[in-house]
Unconditional design. Structure first.
Length: 628
């Protein structure tokens, strides 16, 4: 058969239409029946079963794909599987079947390096997996987990979801090791599978911050949280209504909560740090300052054991408030240190109705209710000033927007002997007594006054057999007694003259029956009562104002004498009367109506015509008068 170009052959697209195939043996052209090919000697184009090896020489490719995009070859050095387009997929569809990668075992044989375990759906590495610098192991549909080494540092990076490192072996650990600084390895910390704890060996620090400013460590005996940087140290709890709890040894082999930050009590305005009952906050090397609540008596304490105890508020114009239960389910300010009081003097303020009480039974108290009170309910009330020569001043409003000393205890006058104490009332400062202030005692700067404006004013001395003395200047720089009311003798004694102005009467008797006074012209002794005016004396003398002349004298058991210009004119004697000089009856009397008219024995009446003499009671006789 002559040579014919393949392009001259008629094209058949269905193999059943082909009677013969043309081949070349190297010497002759041959005709091959398709049935012969189907007998298993040759692989038909439509496919078939290879019953012998297919050998590809070096660099001969077994190509796949319509576009021959994938091929397998051996280059005399290496075997290559190359894909030029799309994905290169290696699949095992056998149930629970694996894909295993083998390689030289370094001893002339082979060993498994990598198995894709279809049963457990995992990849098992039997040998080390080496990746070049900066080559990443990418995991996840989005390649979110990445592992790489960039020639200097190694990285495990996760870009979404959680990153979990798990050891499922019972009671086994996850250990994190690093260079120990001496060419070896050191365990820096590990996850203890037997206890469920993350453990840091002694003296290994958990550090935070670029400058390692926050450090947590245990040095085989003590534990530390150290912040060495310039910033603040925060301990935060973000869970709603949860706490931060500080616990330590309870002294009995267990643990006790010492205090905690109570997130359940926080209300957006106030945050609460709570110390359990019996928990003591101490300050100082010897715990000299202590704050605690004692559950045995439900009481709270702030106690200092050495030197002074200061409570300070250094905020400008701010206060220190002392508050407690108000008896109605709330709290009230009992008193406060007023930092905004103005001026330079500190002020402690007690609100209205806030009592300052003293004594086990609260017997002594201070309170302002709109009105101010100092109240004592038992024993004596003592107000003392122990400073030498200093005073106790009582001051009040002066009526002009200022203050005035109303009275004061003058400590400078006390000498311990003659003066035990002096209470001074400044000029014009009055002592008012009575609901209406009806009794006043004061000194106006020049004179002293005791004034009463209603009812009776009583001055009483209750001491038995004692006196009331009225004293005044003696004209020689001293004082002397002017009037004494003697309780022992029940009498009033005048030690100095008593002076009554004109028409001012000395009234004696319950009805003022006896009056002694000078009316501006005359001096008078008036007995206006029903009884007698009786003068009792052993000897009696009525003399002139100069006490140089007798006017009347009377002697007990003797005579009564009447004088004219110191000359005796009438006197009584044992047998009657004696007249020196004549008797002048200048005035006429009224004649008795009859001889039995009322009259007293010895009574004499004179008319122009008769002299009438009463010779017995209501019995008269007369004698006619005549001229010569």
């Amino acid at each position: 058969m002559a040579n014919i170009k393949f392009s001259a052959f008629t094209q058949k697209v269905v193999h059943t239409d082909v009677d013969f195939l043309v081949g070349y043996t190297g010497a002759d052209n041959v005709r091959i029946s398709p049935s012969v090919i189907g007998a298993g000697i040759y692989l038909p184009l439509s496919g078939g079963t290879m019953i012998g090896d297919v050998v590809f020489n070096d660099n001969v490719k077994a190509r796949f794909g319509t576009g021959l995009d994938a091929y397998i070859q051996h280059t005399a050095t290496n075997t290559e599987i190359i894909n030029a387009t799309g994905n290169l997929n290696i699949k095992s569809t056998a149930t629970d079947g694996d894909i295993t990668f083998y390689a030289d075992d370094g001893g002339g044989g082979t060993t498994t390096y990598l198995t894709i375990d279809g049963g457990d759906e995992r990849v098992n590495f039997a040998k080390n997996a080496g990746f070049a610098d900066s080559v990443q192991i990418l995991m996840g549909d989005g390649l979110d987990l990445r592992i790489k080494h960039d020639a200097t540092d190694s990285y495990i990076q996760n870009f979404t979801g959680n990153l979990e490192i798990t050891n499922n072996a019972n009671d086994k650990d996850i250990i994190f090791r690093c260079d120990d600084g001496s060419g070896g390895l050191e365990t820096y910390f590990f996850l203890d599978g037997s206890t469920g704890n993350t453990k840091f060996p002694d003296s290994k620090k958990l550090v935070f911050g670029d400058g390692s400013d926050l450090r947590i460590l245990h040095d085989s005996s003590d534990s530390f949280i150290n912040s060495d940087g310039a910033g603040d140290l925060y301990i935060q709890q973000f869970n709603d209504d949860k706490d931060i709890i500080f616990k330590s040894d309870d002294g009995s082999g267990g643990l006790a909560t010492y205090f905690y930050l109570d997130g359940s009590l926080a209300d957006g305005t106030y945050n609460y740090t709570r110390w359990n009952d019996g928990g003591v906050i101490t300050f100082g090397g010897d715990q000299d300052l202590r704050i605690w609540h004692d559950p045995s008596n439900s009481s709270s304490y702030i106690r200092n054991y050495t030197n002074d105890l200061y409570i300070e508020n250094t905020a400008d114009d701010s206060d220190i408030l002392f508050r407690c239960d108000d008896g109605s389910g709330g709290v009230a300010t009992y008193f406060y240190l007023d930092g905004d009081a103005g001026g330079t003097d500190p002020v402690t303020r007690f609100p209205d109705n806030s009592y300052l009480k003293f004594g086990d039974a609260q017997d002594f108290s201070f309170v302002h209710t709109g009105t101010s009170y100092i109240q004592n309910f038992t024993g004596d009330l003592q107000i003392q000033n122990n400073a030498d020569d200093k005073d106790i001043l009582f001051r009040g409003d002066d009526g002009s927007g200022g203050l005035e000393t109303y009275f004061y205890m003058d400590g400078s006058l006390v000498n311990g002997t003659s003066v035990k104490g002096a209470t001074r009332f400044p000029d014009a400062s009055k002592i008012y007594m009575g609901s209406g202030g009806d009794l006043e005692i004061f000194h106006n700067g020049s004179q002293a006054y005791i004034e009463n404006y209603t009812s009776t004013m009583n001055i009483t001395q209750h001491a038995n057999d004692s006196y009331i003395l009225f004293k005044c200047d003696d004209g020689a720089g001293g004082v002397t007694t002017y009037l004494t009311i003697e309780g022992s003798d029940e009498q009033v004694q005048f030690s100095k003259d008593a002076k009554f102005s004109d028409d001012v009467k000395l009234l004696i008797g319950n009805s003022s029956d006896l009056q002694i006074y000078h009316d501006g012209t005359h001096s008078r002794i008036v007995d206006s009562g029903a009884g007698n005016l009786t003068l009792n004396a052993t000897d009696f003398a009525l003399n002139n104002s100069g006490d140089t002349k007798n006017m009347i004298t009377a002697y007990d058991g003797g005579t009564v004498n009447l004088y004219y210009d110191a000359s005796q004119k009438f006197r009584t004697i044992s047998v009657g009367v004696e007249v020196t000089g004549q008797i002048n009856l200048a005035a006429l009397n009224t004649a008795p109506a009859s001889a039995s008219a009322a009259g007293t024995l010895g009574e004499i009446r004179v008319t122009a015509d008769y002299i009438y003499v009463c010779t017995a009671t209501n019995t008269w006789k007369r004698s006619a008068l005549s001229t010569w």
